[in-house]
Design a protein. Structure first.
Length: 242
């Protein structure tokens, strides 16, 4: 694997793991508090450094510090912005844009010694893909839950406020998105249809209610979409390891 591609994968992985695995709900909801924002920044910095260990250099340490500083600026805005899918996607898009800028600056100063030869090896290519896959799983689960919740709230249905009372919906969503992501990675797209069919059978009688059917469809399609995107990105990235 090209070292530049490995660097890009690990930068994105560091962000996904930091935002959707390391970051706890209590931190995510209290970023208006400066101390909490700094805590998130410290956790994100350490996460990036940990996953980027094959590229350790003073340039990397400085570059990641700049990324985290800009990351906190974006998060500070997001904490005060109106909740919604558009702002969620804008927030993540800005983070990825910042990472792209960092990659452009760092890819030209990668170490030219034996270390870079190690990074170019197949062994470290699979390492980069594996870490990225962990980040995509984290996004699929926790990011998917956030997107589904925001999608349901956007319907304006009174069912959205009662979502927590509708059984083990979040756990079902986790399992659903994991199964779909694995199906995409395995190239077994027909299993995605089976997952949707099994879920629909469980809610068959409730689907007679038009409002519930619309609510159910919005949540299910958003959940499936997130899982398909996560699985497709992981599948595409795996191609660089061949």
């Amino acid at each position: 694997m090209n070292s530049g591609i490995a660097l890009a994968m690990l930068l994105v992985a560091g962000h996904l793991i930091g935002d959707f695995f390391v970051q706890k709900t209590g931190v995510a909801t209290r970023k208006k508090e400066f101390i909490v924002l700094l805590r998130h920044g410290a956790e994100s910095y350490l996460t990036h450094i940990a996953v980027l260990w094959p590229f350790w250099s003073w340039q990397l340490l400085v570059g990641v510090a700049a990324v985290i500083a800009l990351h906190l600026v974006v998060d500070s805005w997001k904490a005060r912005a109106r909740p919604g899918i558009a702002n969620f996607l804008l927030d993540q898009g800005l983070h990825l844009l910042i990472l792209a800028g960092c990659w452009v600056l760092l890819v030209g100063v990668l170490p030219a010694d034996s270390t870079s030869e190690t990074v170019l090896s197949v062994r470290y290519g699979w390492y980069a893909w594996g870490i990225l896959s962990i980040g995509l799983v984290a996004f699929n689960l926790r990011g998917g839950s956030s997107l589904v919740r925001l999608a349901l709230e956007s319907t304006g249905s009174d069912l959205a406020s009662a979502a927590g009372e509708m059984g083990h919906g979040e756990t079902i969503g986790y399992l659903e998105r994991i199964l779909v992501m694995v199906s995409v990675l395995a190239g077994q797209w027909e299993l995605v249809g089976l997952v949707m069919a099994a879920k629909s059978i469980a809610r068959f009688k409730e689907l007679d209610d038009k409002k519930f059917a619309e609510y159910y469809l919005v949540g299910t399609l958003m959940s499936i979409l997130v899982a398909v995107v996560a699985g497709s990105v992981a599948l595409w990235a795996r191609g660089f390891c061949q």
